[in-house]
Each structure stands twice: as structure tokens, then as C-alpha cells.
Design a protein around this ligand. Sequence first.
Ligand code: ARG
Length: 261
Amino acid sequence: MCSPEHFAVEYAINPWMDVTTPVDAELAVKQWDRLRETLVGLGHEVHQLTPEPGLPDMVFAANGAFVVDGTVYGAQFKHEQRTAEAAAHRAFYEAQGWRFIAPTVTNEGEGDFAYLPEAHGGLILAGYGFRTDPAAHAEAQEALGRPVVSLRLVDPRFYHLDVALASIDDTNIVYYPGAFSVASQKVLAQLFPDAVVADDEDALAFGLNLVSDGRNVVLNSEATRLAGKLKAAGYQPVPVELAELKKGGGSVKCCIAELRH
Ligand code: ARG
């Protein structure tokens, strides 16, 4: 995770960002701290990247890389305003001795990649259409040695996979069908017949932008209906308030890069 000390909306690279809306960085830090404490309280270890001035989106740490089986497939950002973030992530992984594979094409890390360790022996879901180049899906498969299923995103409000879909345990997902092309919806329905399906309102409240440890599902507090559906499906919803970061177009999952050994 990376503290939003320098968080701001100074440019607009997704439909949620409005440069005329004031941002309260102090409040963003407070809300982000609650998220970090929530994860620690659930027993997770949280490492922190040092936030850098001039990189207002660095809080969205999920975009910096994608890690599976101890191997890191690095990110290459689409927009030049975020390009420099990739080096900070790379330095973190290399300092810790992770195997790092540099990308040759645009991809925004876990923003557009999800992993299900027990689905078909280990399956990667990958989004494209707005940020990640579909060529990165093949590159990720070669780097990580796990099958990659490409999914096309069609609604600009859901510009990353992780605002439309999340793994909720080792084999299952929650998603918002409307974010995907009709063919990709078919693929998801075929692979995940038991998926939890979210409605428009929960999707627009960033409800899908969640992290789960297989039981506890940490999600945006505004996604109340989705919390109910998850509870009914046997999970424990853990709501957190992240209204300030929503102005940048992100929520829970965007703030977290998962380290998979
Ligand atoms: N403002 C950031 C951008 O548009 C938000 C990134 C959100 N991160 C995510 N994993 N969806 O790039």
C-alpha cells in the first residue's frame, strides 16, 4: 500500500476524475489508514511504499505490478502522468528479492489482472479495452505460466478490471456483467456459474473494487446491497469508507497490491 499523502486530482484520466472538485488529502489519509488498520486487524501483513510528490495517483498501488507464485510481472502505465510509479514498485520487489519480469507492453498491474489459485489449477483473469494492451495478457501468461482469460471491458466508467470484478475466494468471483462485452459475459458465466453478481448501483459505488481473504471481504461501505449478497453467500463483509479516494476513480482494491508467494 502507499499512503495518499500527495493524493490530488490534478488531471483526469478516467470519467470519475474532475479537476474542479476539491480533494481533502488529509481526510484521504485518514480513510486510507482505517483501511490499512482493517487489513492488519484481519491478520494481514502490510508493506508500504514511500509516496512521492508529483505522483498523486500513487496511492492506487494495485496498478504497479501483478504477482503470482512469487513472480512479479511489472507494470507499464498507459498515461505519462503515472509512468514514474512503475519504477517505485519495481524497486520494492527487487529490494525484497522477488523474481521480477519487466513488461514490454502497456499493462496496469492488478488493475487489469485477477488471480484465482484453485480455479482450474490456477487461473488469471485479465481485462482490456481502456488501459492494458491485450498483448500484455499473452506476455503475462508467458511470464507467470498460468492460463490467462482475456475479458473485454466496454464501459469507460469501469476502465479497469478491478472495478468490475474481484476474486472472493480461491475459486469464485463477484462481478458486474454490464462492464463486459456480451461475449466476455458469456465466458464469465461459463467459467463461474456460481459467481456473485452485482447490480449497477453497487458497481457504481465501487463495490466490486474489493479484497477478500476467502472469508472476510473488505469493500466500500456504500455498496450495501452487495454486502448483503456476500453475506448470504457465506462471506463476511467488512465495510470501509473511502469517499475521498473515489474522486480519483478508485476504492479498496485499487489501494492494495497483493503479494502472492
Ligand atoms: N486515477 C487512477 C487512474 O485513473 C485510478 C486508478 C485506480 N486503480 C485501480 N486499480 N482501478 O489510473
